[in-house]
Ligand binder design. Structure first.
Ligand SMILES: [Zn+2]
Ligand SMILES: [Zn+2]
Length: 276
């Protein structure tokens, strides 16, 4: 991925924080040393733990390895909705095996992405995505691990499928991008909403409204690095160390002290991912 701006400066430290959704491989990590470098940088500003998320099988193997290399890293494993067409029997068997690993704290990211089909070559169709989403919901239930949802332009179908399948005990909407009505529906169902750098964007008024109405016990923060770099660094590469920018912006929106918010979101991460 090409970035047209230099990496953001280190933020003022904000502790404790857990980056509930990042992609260490896409941030350039390839081995134990490069994983440690990224997490050291995050830890230096208070982001002491990260959940690294897979979007294909290779990334899934890497995420689990990274979580074994470094005790500050946890993994989430699934095939991304846009890769749902790769979920054949062999892939299912491997995802199942990886999700069972003790360092894997969620099944994700899975869900529906209605933005990319027709635009991205090789992207799974909507029907393929629905079938893979249903499969991952069952897996999360069978493994008793939280389900981490990627939802792009598919609010109503995501909720319809979750309702008809019956959601797992814990559901996280990663990079929540809906408006207040969608947030309210998710909150009423007891789902966690995880906010990324997009919540710091000045023009994201609907998202700001959504972020204000989520109760303290259902809110999480994430980078989704290397994407979605928070304001005022849009266009620069994101990394877990940038999370304090997003957490501070979220605290400001909610009229909260950033230090109080950091304690709240960290408790929620520990609970939903069963971190210890
Ligand atoms: Zn996603
Ligand atoms: Zn992601």
């Amino acid at each position: 991925m090409a970035f047209n701006r230099p990496a953001p400066a280190l933020p003022e430290p904000l502790s404790p924080l857990v980056d509930s959704h990042t992609h260490l491989d896409a941030c350039g990590a390839t081995d134990a040393a490069s994983v440690a470098t990224i997490v050291d940088r995050a830890e230096s500003v208070g982001v002491g733990r990260v959940v690294t998320v897979a979007d294909d099988i290779e990334a899934a193997r890497f995420a689990v390895q990274a979580a074994h290399w470094d005790s500050r890293v946890y993994a989430a494993v699934a095939l991304h909705p846009t890769r749902a067409n790769a979920l054949d029997d062999a892939a299912k068997a491997e995802v199942e095996r990886l999700v069972a690993d003790e360092r894997v704290v969620a099944v994700g990211e899975t869900g529906l992405d209605y933005f990319w089909p027709g635009k991205l070559e090789g992207c799974a169709t909507i029907e393929e995505q629905k079938s893979a989403f249903t499969w991952h919901i069952e897996l999360a239930k069978n493994m008793n691990k939280p389900l981490m949802i990627h939802n792009r332009d598919a609010n109503s179908d995501v909720l319809t499928i979750l309702r008809s399948e019956g959601p797992p005990n814990s559901v996280i909407f990663h990079c929540f991008s809906g408006d207040a009505a969608m947030a309210k529906e998710c909150v009423d169902l007891g789902f966690y909403l995880s906010f990324s750098g997009t919540v710091s964007f000045r023009n994201a008024k609907d998202l700001h409204e959504a972020a204000r109405l989520v109760p303290d016990d259902l809110i999480l923060v994430e980078t989704d690095a290397p994407y979605l770099t928070p304001h005022p660094f849009r266009g620069a590469p994101n990394e877990s160390y940038c999370l304090p920018y997003t957490a501070s912006a979220l605290a400001e929106l909610r009229g909260a002290d950033p230090r109080d918010l950091s304690v709240i979101v960290t408790k929620n991460s520990e609970k939903v991912f069963n971190l210890h």
